[in-house]
Design a protein around this ligand. Structure first.
Ligand SMILES: C[S@@+](CC[C@H](N)C(=O)[O-])C[C@H]1O[C@@H](n2cnc3c(N)ncnc32)[C@H](O)[C@@H]1O
Length: 351
């Protein structure tokens, strides 16, 4: 690379980093009223954040945003993954989230986590019992249009605008895996409102993508959000009991799914992923850090299930995903990388 190109690349990297850091500051500020709303219903609800955690989390957040900017300038994924929404749309959603925070706090203060509106109750049907809950104490759990509309933004308030960069950490190992290959099929489990699905579609325009989720409203939202792409199929279904043939996919991926599942379902979902994966195929996930992955950040992992309804999280952080994945795939070759409050675990199915 000549000097001019090198300088251009460095400048572009710094600009993207600056943009992401400002975005992060915006979401951090938007999250500020939430502890005060919580205190209205529960006076002792907010724990003091330890100094060690603050310092380390800022360090790790900066590292994440820097590596995300580098991946974009190196062309691992396109700059179009950074989307900017209209300010008014953004502000209206912030208002909805602050409004819903009163209901979230009230539900939390009464320790209620299975409350659904009439409309959401109709969707409960024969969904698995572990799923019929108000995850994060959110109104209607995963079963309403409003929940689907505000979910991504709520999570971004929790992670100070870094959620997408954490999601994108899975694109780098996927890019290495697919180098030089064409016409591949990717299955995404627990796609939610489609944030990671969109990154997949933009990074691998030639891929055939199938996105699965258990929530009809979230899947509908994902379909609306991704209506510009013609290479994505959407399926309502359970990750642990898939409607696809053996060895139908080249890669199976998921983002922030496993921490919301009981241990047994985590194992079943990985077995099912292995079944639908071709020999030599790629399995990868991004999810929360687990205990002692980054010990200075353990505080947040212990605090999270106290502040939000996350019934399987305590068990999740104690059972390393690497071990479960290796046991199911029967190879000891899982790779892990850490990205702020998340980690990315990957493995290949033996040939
Ligand atoms: C925490 S959200 C993560 C959504 C999205 N992947 C993201 O990056 O934010 C978990 C998602 O997994 C879905 N889900 C939970 N259990 C599932 C299962 N057993 N099979 C398929 N989807 C599931 C939920 O409906 C929800 O959309």
């Amino acid at each position: 690379m000549n000097q001019v190109e090198d300088v251009k690349k460095k400048i572009s990297e710094k600009l993207i980093f600056g943009y992401s850091l400002s975005r992060s500051a915006l979401f951090f500020m938007e999250s500020k009223p939430l502890p005060y709303i919580r205190k209205i219903f529960d006076k002792n609800s907010t724990a003091e954040v330890p100094e060690e955690f603050k310092k380390k989390s800022f360090e790790e957040l900066s590292k994440l945003l820097e590596s995300d900017a580098k991946n974009i300038t190196e062309g691992i994924y396109p700059q179009s993954v950074l989307t900017m929404e209209k300010p008014l749309k953004h502000l209206k959603r912030v208002a909805k989230i602050w409004k819903d925070a009163f209901f979230v706090s009230y539900r939390r203060s009464r320790n209620k986590n299975k409350e659904f509106s009439k409309k959401a109750t109709k969707l409960l049907g024969d969904l698995p019992s572990y799923y019929k809950r108000n995850f994060h104490n959110q109104t209607d759990g995963y079963l309403s249009e409003t929940s689907a509309e505000i979910y991504d933004h709520q999570v971004d308030m929790l992670f100070s605008g870094s959620t997408d960069a954490m999601r994108r950490s899975l694109l780098k190992p996927l890019d290495s895996f697919f180098k030089g290959k064409k016409d591949f099929k990717i299955l995404e489990l627990g796609c939610g409102a489609g944030s990671f699905t969109q990154f997949l579609a933009k990074t691998f325009p030639g891929a055939n993508i199938t996105a699965v989720d258990l929530s009809a409203p979230y899947l509908k939202k994902a379909q609306e959000n991704l209506s510009d792409f013609d290479n994505i199929n959407f399926h309502l279904g359970k990750g642990e009991d898939l409607d696809f043939k053996d060895e139908a996919f080249d890669a199976v991926v998921s983002v922030f799914l496993f921490h919301e599942l009981p241990l047994q379902i985590r194992k079943e979902l990985i077995s099912e992923s292995k079944r639908v994966l071709r020999n030599g195929g790629f399995f990868g996930l991004v999810d929360s850090l687990q205990l002692d992955d980054t010990s200075e950040l353990n505080w947040a992992l212990n605090e999270f299930p106290k502040s939000f309804h996350e019934p399987f999280y305590k068990n999740y952080i104690k059972n390393p995903m690497e071990d479960i994945v290796e046991d199911v795939f029967q190879v000891r070759t899982a790779k892990t990388s850490k990205h702020f409050l998340s980690k990315c675990v990957t493995i290949e199915k033996s040939i």
